[in-house]
Design a protein around this ligand. Sequence first.
Ligand SMILES: [Zn+2]
Length: 433
Amino acid sequence: MFNSEIETMSESKMKELQLERLKWSIRHAYDNVPHYRKTFDDAGFNPDQFKTLDDMRRVPFLTKQDMRDAYPYGLFAVPLSKVVRVHASSGTTGNATVVGYTKNDVEVFSEVVARSLACYGVTENDIVQNAYGYGLFTGGLGAHYGAEKIGAITVPISGGNTPRQIMIMKDFGSTVLCSTPSYALNIADYIESNMPDFDMSSLKLKIAVMGAEPWTEEMRQQIEKRLNVDAFDIYGLSEVIGPGVSAECTEKSGLHVFEDHFYVEIIDPDTGEILPEGSEGEIVYTSLTKEAFPTIRYRSKDITRLYHDSCRCGRTLVKMDKVTGRTDDMLIIRGVNVFPSQIESVLMQEEGTEPHYQIIVDRKGTMDEIEVMVEVNEKVFSDEIKVLDSLAKSLAHRVKSTLGITAKIKLVEPKSIPRSEGKAVRVIDNRKK
Ligand SMILES: [Zn+2]
């Protein structure tokens, strides 16, 4: 463990620490950010009234829209002279969200990523190939500082240029790959299609640190088999800090939340009510130590569950389920709620399909129609048409029986769905146009 005192702290002691830090963080936001002062005042909430964790329910939420409206520095709580770094989200659906860090915030960010890497078994003896994009996106620099903090050799290769990734991996003896899960599969694809004589055992890769997009257990199995690694989830949001909000341990069942820096709650996304431990709902984050960009009750739109168990790794930190859906990504097809990850799970149950797919939603008249394009491997694609037909029918049947929606399945040839070097584009919703 990177910080065993914190990571094995008793639940009651952790709650004391959180309460003390919450009082500071809420006061810090109220005193220094006009937005918080206004929303707290409007809700009749004064930080002096914050006495116990139960008082959290009285604190107003912060939304993504609030962040967009504050573009670029409106939610910063320190003078810009104290800010040493900014990151920003892609801003595909509006203003980008800009987040800032003081020197101390960068230190905390590095620490939580280092703790995450230690969760997977990464040590100073490792060589970490960091294929996350370097830039405004938090993934690249986040993973970089964490890997350096742990003392590993950090290879700042960034995303893209797959042949060079493979060459570096081999020549430098990389033992850890950090990337999005879809990019890890691109690397596997490239080796399988273009380097038939490549000897996988010439690679020293053993750990894949996967994050920045939701991915399923089926995808984990593919990555582990094809790259001969253990693949682990690293979770985070730039709005909260970046990667390193929580991390899987070697048990691969749930992610430990670094709750000495991030206070987490589960709410009902419709009513905003706090739900009891163990319930599924939207996860809400409050930063406990961040100076430049405090986030107080940020509604993440990620759907998960929180629980305590006696994890065999020895950590006592609260766990969250792997996030496989955001309320933003949820599709409503003729009144049925479905996440792209659920469709992915079904597709991967049939032999011959590849984890590259795209979901196209259209509206014909008043009816929603959904078409799922999924790649099949070379062998299946070269089969007779009736074999392909029966595979498509079988997939459509599985989608219908498991998810309750009627989807048209279109099997496409290998490599025909556009690849990304960052987050994969899974859904094209033409109803929004
Ligand atoms: Zn554990």
